[in-house]
Design a protein around this ligand. Structure first.
Ligand code: FPP
Length: 251
């Protein structure tokens, strides 16, 4: 099926060979390489994270224009607390500042924000900025932007099991479907494309339940330098693979 481009990015996507009728619905991103990018420029690692934030804001806008419906990014993993104190506090400050600075633009772009992770453990100013972003954008109807902060995939499965017990589910009630409804974002369809930057070939405990069937795209590009051509390349690879879901033909 061919589709008519609705905006300049869709026009460029068509020229690049992308089929606009078969876009990934939910894209998940492991934004890696901020530190390496900064070090390669002789800069402090936190400058890398600030540049990473700039990239994130561009990638959110381009994903929305392209027609992606859900974008999940790994902003801070449950393991990232092990980093040096100044990097952790720098990241927490950056996330809080970004949440406050972006609110108006997110509203104008009709973006709905969700936070995924053990939110209650995020230190106070950052937690409040994030929950405000979630509450104030809750009725927006455009792209859904899911920020995984203090997120761990195994922790999410543990939390779903705890919720199952708390809700009185019996062993017979436990199924893939019932557990799926107890994950952090049950209303969001599973990611169909997972992008990782900076070349590492690992899952790093990201969406290990939800991304069971996601297509994986790894680029050598460090996150601060990720741009439209990288996104197009990821979507093209996604479209050129046959998705079988364990069967023999495309589902
Ligand atoms: C990985 O790079 C990146 C992170 C741990 C943090 C991601 C954060 C941002 C993109 C900044 C802003 C985020 C929000 C939500 C506003 P790394 O430090 O592991 O890079 P390295 O592997 O090269 O050291």
């Amino acid at each position: 099926m061919s589709m008519v481009a609705a905006n300049p990015i869709q026009e460029r996507a068509l020229s690049a060979g992308i089929d606009l009728s078969r876009l990934p619905v939910h894209v998940a991103v492991i934004m890696d390489g901020n530190g390496r990018w900064a070090e390669s420029q002789g800069l402090n690692r936190l400058v890398g994270h600030t540049e990473g934030y700039r990239t994130l804001s561009k990638v959110l806008a381009m994903s929305a224009d392209l027609g992606v419906k859900h974008l999940t990014v790994y902003g801070f993993s449950a393991e990232n607390w092990r980093r040096p104190g100044d990097e952790v506090s720098g990241l927490m400050t950056l996330i809080a500042d970004a949440a406050m600075a972006e609110l108006q633009a997110l509203q104008e772009s009709n973006v709905r924000v969700r936070i995924s992770g053990r939110v209650e453990e995020i230190p106070s100013p950052t937690r409040e900025a994030l929950t405000a972003l979630e509450t104030e954008t809750a009725s927006n109807t455009g792209i859904e932007f899911i920020l995984a902060i203090n997120y761990g995939g195994r922790a999410e499965i543990v939390d779903a099991c705890r919720a199952a017990i708390a809700h009185g589910l019996t062993p017979d009630d436990i199924s893939e479907e019932s557990l799926s409804t107890l994950m952090y974002c049950p209303a969001v369809p599973d990611p169909d494309l997972m992008i990782r930057t900076a070349g590492e070939m690992r899952w790093s405990n990201f969406l290990i339940w939800e991304a069971a069937y996601a297509e994986l795209f790894v680029t050598q590009t460090n996150w601060p330098e990720f741009g439209e051509s990288d996104l197009f390349e990821a979507v093209l690879q996604f479209q050129n693979r046959t998705r079988k879901f364990g069967g023999l033909t495309e589902a």
